[in-house]
Design a protein around this ligand. Structure first.
Ligand code: SF4
Length: 218
């Protein structure tokens, strides 16, 4: 029986195979500017991208600037995002985040990890997402629920917390690939390594993966 963690060489082979299988993997949320991106990233927590993309056109027409969100009526804003989970809490966070951006940064979205994670509702995953997709700045790998699940299944990380997983992946993935490796894992999860019943017989890394054939519901 294989260990639950891959050795470094095997892990690098698995990463290379996944990268070449999902060359078009990219960030899935729609946005036209950096404030759209910040808001989409906040409301996407525990919500499918398709649901987020279905509600953001109306939201982005109603609110166009950081100031618009900072001044928004919380109940009205929550109404625009009512189809996402935790809409009321997310509306509150968007208003608090945009108020903080107005007060601390003159209405400009910060360009550093340190400044972003001090904003309410912005953790490292969202900060990485904003830096990569708004500014092309790569400081780490965004770790979402797909990345957490697949990193454990494939044996790329033994950590349970997102920061530990990100650290492990940063040690395995070439730096120039940090920007999209999370999206590669997500694409693999949606296409093949599905949550309930992974399609291991069709998987490009099934000869390397320690959970080949035994990952059901794990
Ligand atoms: S072999 Fe199965 S569990 Fe492992 S990555 Fe492929 S689909 Fe997922």
């Amino acid at each position: 029986m294989q260990s639950a963690l891959l050795g470094k060489e095997e892990a690098k082979k698995a990463i290379a195979l996944l990268r070449s299988s999902y060359k078009d993997a990219h960030y899935y949320l729609d946005f036209k500017n950096d404030i759209d991106l910040v808001v989409a990233a906040i409301i996407s927590a525990q919500t499918r991208d398709e649901v987020v993309n279905s509600i953001t056109p109306a939201l982005f027409s109603r609110y166009r600037t950081v100031q618009d969100y900072a001044r928004a009526d919380e109940a009205e804003l929550a109404g625009y995002i009512s189809r996402v989970s935790f809409a009321a809490a997310k509306a509150k966070n968007i208003i608090r985040t945009c108020s903080a951006i107005m007060e601390r940064h003159g209405g400009k979205i910060p360009r550093t990890m340190e400044q972003l994670v001090e904003l309410p509702g912005i953790g490292r995953k969202t900060a990485n997402t904003i830096l990569i997709n708004a500014y092309g700045i790569v400081e780490g790998i965004p770790v979402d629920t797909w990345v957490i699940k697949l990193s454990g299944r494939i044996g790329l990380s033994g950590s349970k917390d997102p920061e530990g997983i990100e650290r492990d992946l940063m040690g395995l993935v070439d730096r120039e690939d940090w920007r999209n490796f999370g999206y590669v894992l997500k694409a693999h999860g949606k296409a093949i390594c599905q949550s309930q019943v992974p399609l291991c017989s069709k998987c490009v890394i099934n000869k390397l993966c320690p959970k080949n054939g035994v990952a059901k519901n794990r």
